[in-house]
Design a protein around this ligand. Structure first.
Ligand code: TXD
Length: 318
C-alpha cells in the first residue's frame, strides 16, 4: 500500500510534536513546512534519525518550499504566533489571519484535493478564513479545538472522580474561547450519566462548575505556567485523532470546528460541534438537543466568533 503523506505547515511546538506522533503511530510520511528553514530542516533530520532508531521506514522532509504540499493526504496548519502571558487567543487575529491567507493560497495551488485541519488561533475564525482562502469544500476544512477542550474536561473530571480517563465521554462545543460550552448533561462515566454521580454525592455542583471553569481557562493556565508559549502536547494528540479518523475512514464522532448551515440554529460560520470524520472529511454533523440555557451559551460562544470575523471584514481580510 502506498505510504500516506501528511504536510505540517508550522514546525513549532505543536507541529514538531505532531510530526513525532505521526511517525510513532506509523501513520504517514511527513513534510514539515516553515519559514524558519534551518530549524525545520534540523527537526526533520532529527525526526528521521528517531525513526531509524525506532525501526520506522517513514521519511520526514523539512522545507520552506510550499511545492512540497503536492499530493498531501492531509495538511495540518499550526503556522502563526502563539499566545504569551496576558494575551487572549483573539489577540493573535490580525497576524495569524495574514499567514492563514497565504497558506490557503498555497493549498489551493498545490493540493486542492487534500483534507485541511486548522489549529492556529483564534481557531474558529482561522478555519473560516482558511476555507475562504483555499476554496476547498467545507467538509474538507475543519478546525481542531473541541477534542482538546473535551480532553481537558475529561482529565479534570477523571481526577475528581478517581476513575479512568478512558471511561469518560464528554463534549465541549462552541467557539474555542472563554465562552466554550461544556455539556455535563451529555457527559457519561462508563455509560452512566454524570448526573447520577452527582445525585450520589460523588461530585458537588460547585466542584463541577470549578472543573468547567478550569477547562475554559485550560489554555491560559498552561500559557501562564510555560510563559514562553502555549500548550502543545495535548493539541498535537487531539489533531492526531482527527487525522487518523480521516486516513482510516473511522467514522469517529469528534467535537470539531465545522461549517454550520442551520445546525444548532446557526448559519454560515465555523464553530465546535460533534461531527463524524471519515474518508470524506466532515461527513455528518450531529445535532444534540440543547436546553434553553445550553443554547444561549452556544449562541454567545458563536457570537464571539462572529465578532472576530466582523473584525477581519473591517480589516479588509476575507
Ligand atoms: O486548540 C487549539 N486550536 C489551540 C491552537 C491549542 C494550542 C495552540 N493553538 C495555536 O496553535 C497557537 O495559538 C498558535 O496560533 C498555533 C501554533 O502553536 P505553537 O505552539 O506550535 O506555536 P510555535 O511553536 O510558535 O510554532 C508556530 C510556527 C513557528 O515555527 C513559525 O516559524 C511558523 O509557525 N510560522 C510559519 N510557518 C509557515 N508559514 C508562515 N507564514 C509562518 N509564520 C510562522
Amino acid at each position: 500500500m502506498a505510504k500516506k503523506k501528511i504536510a505540517l505547515v508550522g514546525a513549532g511546538n505543536i507541529g514538531a510534536t505532531l510530526a513525532h506522533l505521526i511517525l510513532q503511530r506509523k501513520l504517514a510520511e511527513v513534510v514539515l513546512i516553515d519559514i524558519a528553514e534551518g530549524m525545520t530542516q534540523g527537526k526533520a533530520l532529527d525526526l528521521c534519525q528517531a525513526a531509524a532508531i525506532d525501526g520506522i521506514d517513514l521519511n520526514v522532509l523539512g522545507t520552506r518550499d510550499f511545492k512540497a504540499l503536492s499530493q498531501a493526504d492531509i495538511v495540518i496548519i499550526t503556522a502563526g504566533i502563539a499566545r504569551k502571558p496576558g494575551m487572549s487567543r483573539d489577540d493573535l487575529l490580525q497576524v495569524n489571519a495574514q499567514i492563514i491567507q497565504e497558506i490557503g493560497q498555497q493549498i489551493r495551488q498545490h493540493c486542492p484535493e487534500t483534507f485541511v485541519i486548522v489549529i492556529t488561533n483564534p481557531l474558529d475564525a482561522m478555519v473560516w478564513l482558511m476555507q475562504k482562502s483555499c476554496g476547498l469544500p467545507f467538509q474538507r476544512v475543519v478546525g481542531m479545538a473541541g477534542v482538546l477542550d473535551s480532553g481537558r474536561f475529561q482529565y479534570f473530571l477523571a481526577a475528581a472522580l478517581n476513575v479512568s480517563v478512558r471511561d469518560i465521554q464528554t463534549f465541549v462545543l462552541g467557539g474555542h474561547g472563554d465562552g466554550m460550552v461544556a455539556l455535563p448533561r451529555y457527559t457519561t462515566i462508563s455509560g452512566v450519566p454524570l448526573q447520577a454521580w452527582i445525585d450520589q454525592g460523588k461530585l458537588s455542583k460547585q466542584q463541577l462548575e470549578t472543573l468547567i471553569e478550569r477547562t475554559r481557562n485550560g489554555g491560559a493556565e498552561i500559557v501562564n505556567l510555560i510563559q514562553t508559549g502555549s500548550a502543545y502536547y495535548a493539541p498535537a494528540s487531539a489533531a492526531l485523532q482527527m487525522a487518523e479518523a480521516y486516513l482510516y475512514d473511522q467514522k469517529r464522532i469528534l467535537p470539531c470546528a465545522a461549517w454550520l448551515q442551520g445546525h444548532y440554529g446557526v448559519k454560515d460560520i465555523y464553530a465546535g460541534v460533534p461531527v463524524v470524520i471519515g474518508a470524506n472529511g466532515v461527513e455528518k454533523i450531529l445535532e444534540l438537543s440543547l436546553t434553553e440555557i445550553e443554547q444561549q451559551q452556544f449562541d454567545t460562544s458563536v457570537q464571539g466568533v462572529r465578532n472576530l470575523i466582523q473584525t477581519l471584514n473591517t480589516l479588509g481580510v476575507s
